[in-house]
Design a protein around this ligand. Sequence first.
Ligand SMILES: Nc1nc2c(c(=O)[nH]1)N[C@H]1C(S)=C(S)[C@@H](COP(=O)(O)O)O[C@H]1N2
Ligand SMILES: [Mo]
Length: 198
Amino acid sequence: MVVHRSPADRTPPGQILTEKWPVLHYASVPPVKLAQWRFRMSGLVEQPLDLGWQEFRALPAVSLTSDFHCVTTWSRLDNTWEGVRFQSLLERTPPRPAARHVMVRALDGYATNVPLLTLLEDDVLLAWSWNGKPLEAEHGGPLRLVVPRLYGWKSAKWVCSVELMEHDRRGFWEERGYHNRADPWREERYSYQETGDE
Ligand SMILES: Nc1nc2c(c(=O)[nH]1)N[C@H]1C(S)=C(S)[C@@H](COP(=O)(O)O)O[C@H]1N2
Ligand SMILES: [Mo]
């Protein structure tokens, strides 16, 4: 049986639905030339990965629809993303047994940390398309991370590398007062709310 949840049921506490798609980043849109673009995977992996754009696009692609929740209180439902599941990357580049955490880095100098288990969820992907169109540069094109179950700052735009780590380290906003875990259903917005189990 397919259960259709209403928009209200899909809106976490303290969030307001928007049909528009706001643009949010701390600096400016980095220039990207696809011919020079690289995606690297390093740290606790059996073999480091270094792919060019054509190689990345040749990975198995999926189309997934999910909701997006930004800590500044807007949520946008039903975004259809096309890209590569994070799972697929790890099938290609198996993690070492000690890997527990991931630092995701972007071309504007941004970084965000996510637990490896969260990135292995079915709905997490590195996306190059949104609602049937190529992902616009201001929204993270050519490639961004999408982690629907966490606040939007974990969905890094202009992704260029991921580092698998044993111990957790905090990313850009996590070091500047935002919550390490960032689950919108628990309203984990700020670091002062942390209890130590994240
Ligand atoms: N590289 C990078 N990724 C980023 C950011 C950023 O400043 N730099 N901002 C984050 C924040 S705070 C949010 S809410 C989302 C916004 O994505 P959007 O601009 O596509 O709506 O991107 C996230 N990813
Ligand atoms: Mo955000």
